[in-house]
Design a protein around this ligand. Structure first.
Ligand SMILES: *Cc1c(COP(=O)(O)O)cnc(C)c1O
Length: 372
């Protein structure tokens, strides 16, 4: 198999990641940038993306799980690293030894971190999370005074930050954003009053792009690092992921013949079909059957009939595709090809889910612009 004829391939443009991180750094009002690389970097590959983000100015990396953070450390990445959500059974000790900052949302969690720190004989760096209204993770305001006091009193713990997460930042002007910001500042003031001197971080991509007043000392963009803009601000973000395949067979089909399982599509005229060896096992949702296009031979063309597990069929009319021609399932959109956002809109979801779902054993991942 050559680079030009993949069965199914996800191409990640690390130059686009660098461009996006530089843009976000410039938009961050002097705040440090934590590139969020959870979920295997939203399906883009955590280690190469983390390296590219750091090359472009990110001075922090963020993961959800400690295991994700330790994978980055194992790859030799020494950048400050924050991990924020694990099960109660997790052993924090390897994280503390590997200089991973840890999130704490309760006195119980803080206590487990402090115990692990004592065991390894090293201070744990902790970011205390206040629930300002997302009502997911985070310490409820009623329990916050106890948490900051416990943290201030714990000798094996250094409180690095107070942080929270916004529910509706992607709906600029939503009243909850200001309410969450107010509660955030109240929690920060209480932490200061307890003798702590933490930094603050609150902003995801949407808040980074729309709420400079909420940048504080550190911002946590995720989706924008990958070039997808949750608030359509018109910033020059560049989608980093392209999903592509190759024509394996082209043939004429007479009018009146039907295509693929269930015969849901019948040729209205004589036409040429292109067979593409990519299906729902490779990440093409079957529910896009009958309502998706691909980019083939310099233009969009509709997929005819059902998307199958391993293949789909493209209606090329009287054009003559050849075996080996490139097929773009989705890409940056600049040429007119479908985008992850277009898939998301059709499927009733967000582009986050589309790109994050693109890690599949049968799909090759290839990187452009890798400097390592
Ligand atoms: C995922 C996540 C982010 C990044 O959010 P985006 O909308 O992708 O920018 C930031 N902070 C936390 C806590 C997250 O879970």
């Amino acid at each position: 198999m050559t680079a030009s004829s993949p069965r199914a391939e996800v191409v990640i443009d690390l130059e686009a990641v660098r461009h996006n991180v530089s843009l976000l750094t410039a938009r961050a009002s002097g705040a440090a940038v934590m590139a969020v690389v959870k979920g295997d970097a939203y399906g883009h590959g955590a280690v190469p993306v983390a390296r590219a983000a750091v090359e472009a100015g990110a001075t922090w990396l963020g993961t959800c799980s400690l295991a994700e953070a330790l994978d980055l450390r194992a790859a030799g990445i020494t950048t400050p690293l924050f991990s924020w959500l694990d099960v109660p059974e997790v052993d924090f000790a390897p994280g503390i030894e590997a200089d991973v900052d840890l999130g704490a949302s309760s006195v119980d969690e803080l206590t487990r971190i402090a115990e692990a720190a004592e065991r390894v004989g090293k201070t744990a760096r902790v970011h205390l999370k206040i629930d300002t209204g997302l009502s997911r993770n985070g310490c409820p305001p009623a329990e916050w005074p106890a948490l900051v006091e416990a943290a201030a009193a714990a000798p094996s713990v250094e409180v690095v930050a107070v942080w929270s997460h916004l529910a509706c930042a992607d709906e600029p002007g939503h009243a909850s954003v200001d309410l969450q910001a107010k509660r955030f500042t109240e929690a920060y003031d209480l932490a200061r009053a307890a003798g702590l001197n933490p930094i603050r971080h609150l902003a995801n991509s949407a808040a980074l792009l729309t709420r400079p007043d909420l940048h504080f000392e550190l911002v946590r963009p995720g989706i924008a690092v990958y070039g997808l803009n949750p608030v359509d601000t018109g910033d020059d973000l560049r989608p980093a992921m392209t999903f592509r395949s190759t024509v394996v067979l082209a043939k004429r089909l007479p009018a009146g013949e039907s295509v693929s399982y269930g015969h849901t599509w019948t040729a209205p005229r004589d036409t040429t079909l292109a067979l593409v060896p990519t299906g729902y096992a490779d990440g093409v949702p079957r529910s896009l059957s009958g309502r998706m296009d691909v980019w083939l031979g310099g233009r969009r063309r509709p997929v005819a009939g059902r998307v199958c597990m391993d293949q789909l069929v493209v209606d090329c009319g009287d054009d003559a595709p050849s075996a080996g021609d490139e097929v773009v399932l989705f890409g940056a959109g600049g040429a007119g090809e479908p985008t992850a956002r277009e898939w998301a809109d059709k499927l009733g979801t967000i582009d986050y889910e589309i790109v994050t779902s693109m890690y599949r054993p049968r799909v090759r991942r290839r990187y452009l612009g890798d400097r390592s």
